[in-house]
Write a protein that binds this ligand. Sequence first.
Ligand code: SF4
Length: 62
Amino acid sequence: MKVSVDRGVCYGSAECAHRAPSVFAFEDGYGVVRPGQEGAGDDPQVREAAEKCPSQAVVLTE
Ligand code: SF4
């Protein structure tokens, strides 16, 4: 699965970057998917980050 962050929804809690630091970074006040990690949506830590994101800004897609 693919993973992305919807900036229009993210409010910058940085939790994704703490849960899965190899996939997410925190830049300019937003969570971002690190370059080259866009296909990491099957990673359990990424799935947890999506579930726990307080604004549901972490998007998993096929
Ligand atoms: S956990 Fe969600 S709200 Fe927090 S920085 Fe990441 S995407 Fe944004």
